[in-house]
Design a protein around this ligand. Structure first.
Ligand code: CO
Length: 150
């Protein structure tokens, strides 16, 4: 029994690392426990664009447990989230035309999936970046770092 559990665990770990970063694209899962399945995103420095596909594996509608994936500099993250709260769900909790946003998906509800592609070629590859969910109240838990690998 233990051997079987260990074997399943090993399979999950391998699957996760394969899913986690495929060249210039990434699949991120979010759930009804207000969690992303990663806390550290690494973008290869050779990428000029990066694509994020966000899945919401929960079952609640976006009004109740919506998630998005937003990337900013670490310095801008809190103010972008605060301004996003005021922008409302109709703006995906992002202030319209917010130039501090490097990349962002739409807010999606349970069972939904969305993709965004954004430019990373002009970013300082040694800078401090973050990703988070801008749904009100989620950022405290739903956040992580973004960095560039040489
Ligand atoms: Co969220």
């Amino acid at each position: 029994m233990l051997k079987k559990i260990l074997s399943i665990a090993a399979t999950l770990i391998v699957t996760n690392s394969v899913m986690a970063n495929d060249d210039c694209a990434l699949v991120v899962e979010s759930n009804s426990a207000m969690q992303f399945n990663t806390s550290n995103v690494v973008i290869p420095s050779s990428c000029s664009e990066f694509t994020v596909t966000l899945k919401n594996t929960g079952s609640l509608p976006k009004q109740a447990m919506g998630h998005n994936w937003v990337m900013t500099t670490k310095a801008d993250s809190q103010s972008v989230a605060t301004d996003g709260m005021g922008a409302g769900l109709e703006n995906n909790y992002i202030k319209p035309n917010d130039e501090r946003v490097i990349g962002a998906t739409a807010i999606i509800g349970g069972g939904e999936e969305t993709t965004t592609t954004f430019s990373v070629k002009d970013l300082d590859k040694r800078g401090d970046y973050m990703f988070f969910c801008s749904f009100p109240g989620h950022m405290g838990i739903m956040k992580g770092t973004v960095s560039f690998a040489s």
